[in-house]
Design a protein around this ligand. Structure first.
Ligand code: GLU
Length: 479
């Protein structure tokens, strides 16, 4: 059995986006599921459009997602000799030729074709220049490009998902494959690399489908075996229009910045055009590898739905170990760590154990990593609130004040060691009887400054006895 070799071949002309990351993931899954090899090739031949910053972004994002290539990264800019050999060979065999037509001249021909109601294509002006003529013009230093000869016929080729595809080469005209021997264009460099890197399956976005018959010609002329072509379905926005920022589509590094987890993004991407067995939606990378089959890919467009991504993130955030989250969360806004204790801006000091508890409480209300601490920031900062917030239904300020004083007196009686949520809840239950609101509500507000928070007895435990009493006292002073 031949060894499967696939590649993700981005052009570093922008950051790694959802579509590119999905292509990378599907290549990776196919390789891993077949015990094959997954490669990363940077297609950086277009000097005007590429940027090292984007190359770094792409590599960093893939690493962050955990999609590591199995061999060293290949850059097309470092393989120009290889393309030169192929370009020369194609010219020698008369499959490619020098074209000296100027831009202006090409434009005139194009207009003529359009007026005649024809599809514009290169009219073949330089196709049959003699060797002598070509050499003379080259010697004179005339500007040129290199074009591939396209036959006047219809071909069919196979796409793994779409089956047989007919393509009429007559619509195409001889197209440019290189600016010169040392400057190949994408259409040439890609099949050359795919051949020399032994790529068995080309898995890429459907937007590349029109390039495939062009690249197949190069395989034919070079007498190379064709790889299997798999064109992945488009990803569209929820309104079925082209995916854009408007639909919440962002680069992977932006999503990372906003607090999404790699697990959630991978799970989300996997379902853009593929589905595991059954109705299951939550699936880990390992399970994806086990279950991934090209045959199960969908050929209809996949719809991008940001709320789905949020759903996955919420799920994976809850699954995440709190200890691990400590290193992912940005505590710097809220104080500083010293010897495994956290000194919060409000003067309270939390042990590591308490911080783990805070994370647990914060996680419950967060969708994104960055929201975890935000939802429980009252543990760290001096907060304020209008005194009206302390009021429960029709109770008066006086009654609320009396209740808070009662709570405070009871809590004072608990020893530091017994100051836990269970005990505190018991006290609140005893004080309030069946009607919880008059006690639980003002305590919640005193400890969080908010209408919605984790239960007040949990907050009190984390704050600790002294700080809890201090906050209750602050509320009493307000009233
Ligand atoms: N470099 C091309 C791109 O970024 C992809 C080439 C391919 O996958 O064949 O769109």
């Amino acid at each position: 059995m031949i060894k499967i070799r696939v590649r993700f071949a981005p052009s570093p002309t922008g950051k790694l986006h959802i579509g590119g990351a999905r292509t990378a993931l599907f290549n990776y899954l196919f390789a891993k599921s077949q015990k094959g090899v997954f490669l990363l090739r940077i297609e950086d031949t277009d000097k005007e459009r590429i940027n090292k910053i984007y190359e770094e972004d792409i590599i960093d994002s893939l690493n962050w997602l955990g999609l590591f290539p199995d061999e060293e990264i290949v850059r097309q800019s470092e393989r120009l000799d290889l393309y030169e050999k192929v370009i020369k060979h194609l010219i020698e065999k008369d499959y490619a030729y020098y074209c000296f037509c100027s831009k202006e001249e090409l434009e005139i021909r194009r207009q003529e074709q359009l007026t005649r109601g024809e599809a514009p294509r290169y009219p073949g002006t330089c196709r049959n220049l003699t060797k002598k003529e070509v050499n003379e013009r080259l010697d004179k230093g005339e500007k040129y490009v290199i074009r591939l000869k396209v036959p006047e016929k219809i071909i069919t080729f196979k796409d793994f998902l779409r089956g047989e595809i007919r393509f009429d080469y007559r619509l195409l005209g001889d197209f440019v494959i290189a600016k010169n021997e040392k400057e190949p264009l994408y259409l040439l460099a890609t099949p050359v690399d795919d051949h020399y890197q032994g790529i068995t399956h080309i898995i890429r976005g459907e937007d590349h489908l029109p390039n495939t018959p062009k690249q197949i010609l190069i395989y034919k002329y070079m007498e190379w075996d064709l790889p299997v072509f798999v064109h992945l379905p488009l990803i569209l926005g929820s309104d079925r229009s082209k995916l854009s920022k408007r639909h919440g589509a962002k680069s992977i590094s932006e999503l990372k910045e906003e607090g999404y987890l790699p697990e959630a993004i991978l799970n989300f991407l996997a379902l853009l055009g593929w589905h595991p067995e059954g109705d299951r939606e939550i699936i880990s990378l390992e399970e994806m590898i086990k279950e991934f089959r090209l045959e199960k890919l969908n050929k209809n467009p996949a719809i991008f739905n940001i709320s789905k991504l949020i759903f996955f993130n919420r799920y994976y955030l809850r699954q995440k170990d709190n200890q691990e989250l400590i290193s992912l969360l940005d505590f710097s806004k809220y104080g500083e760590w010293k010897n495994d204790n956290f000194y919060a801006l409000n003067g309270n000091i939390y042990s590591k154990e308490k911080i783990l508890k805070i994370i647990e409480l914060g996680k419950e209300r967060a969708n994104l990593i960055n929201e975890v601490l935000k939802t429980v920031e009252f543990f760290f900062i001096d907060f304020d609130y209008p005194k009206e917030l302390l009021l429960w239904k029709s109770l008066s300020f006086e009654e609320i004040k009396k209740n808070l004083i009662q709570i405070s007196n009871e809590l004072k009686k608990i020893s530091e060691n017994d100051f836990n949520s269970f005990k505190i809840k018991e006290i609140l239950d005893n004080l309030s009887g069946k009607n919880k609101g008059p006690y639980f509500w003002p305590l919640r507000v005193a400890l969080s400054g908010k209408e919605a928070s984790p239960p007040p007895f949990d907050l009190a435990e984390v704050f600790g006895k002294d700080f809890t009493l201090k906050l209750i006292n602050k509320a009493i002073q307000k009233l």
